[in-house]
Design a protein around this ligand. Sequence first.
Ligand code: PLP
Length: 266
Amino acid sequence: MEQTPSAAPPRVLTVAGSDSGGGAGIQADLKTMLALGVHGMSVLTAVTAQNSLGVQGAWELPAEAVRAQFRSVADDIGVDAVKTGMLSSAGLAATVAGLLAGLDAPVVVDPVGVSKHGDPLLAQDAVETVRTRLLPVATVATPNLDEVTQLTGVRVEDEAGMRRAAAAVLEHGPRWALVKGGHLADPDAAVDLLTDGREEHWFRARRHDNRHTHGTGCTLAAAVASRLALGHDVPEAVAGAKDYVTGAIAAGFPLGSGLGPVDHAW
Ligand code: PLP
């Protein structure tokens, strides 16, 4: 007897780099998407040779390859939400911004700058392109404190600083800014601020004493995109994504001899 095909899940696209160690980048994104019940797709921007100790090498794909992957996915399968991660260079950031400008779906921009080990994932001269081309097409931009300083010049030391930083991000055009305060000094809490300039939502999670947090930022942005594709509004999507990443951090495990990854099977 022929089986009735089940309904297709929402389609979520990550435009990001590959982490050969499986902890961050598209690998983290696709695991997050699987865990949250959406169909994950990927447009690869760069390949990194990477493990728990850092990034040993990175190779960018040609813009033509990025465009072709995007067209293959968008023209046939369709996209209900997108997240962007490592974009590597000004050229690729501009290419991706151009592709997303023509897409009718929410876009989560994780303005990835450097890895936790300090390895550059975006060229210095690409910051301007991210600021002027990518932020304007974002539904939600998700900078951490280093990235917010790089993008806006605002240095953040406390929650008042997070508010100023979020306002500075919004000036560049995203509908919402999610400023991630995980690097603030508070030993007990990880605090994030989501705002569209009118509403303010503060998210506080207990800080877990776990250094195996590789892939945290990728996972959060991918979870926001997944939940947007599932039909949540932005504050609901971020609240659920924050719960997901908090659980994944709590379950992060040692791997190799350095920083292990967050766990998606918690
Ligand atoms: N590698 C790739 C390909 C990434 O996209 C990212 C983050 O976006 C990282 C590494 C950095 O991950 P983390 O800073 O969590 O170690």
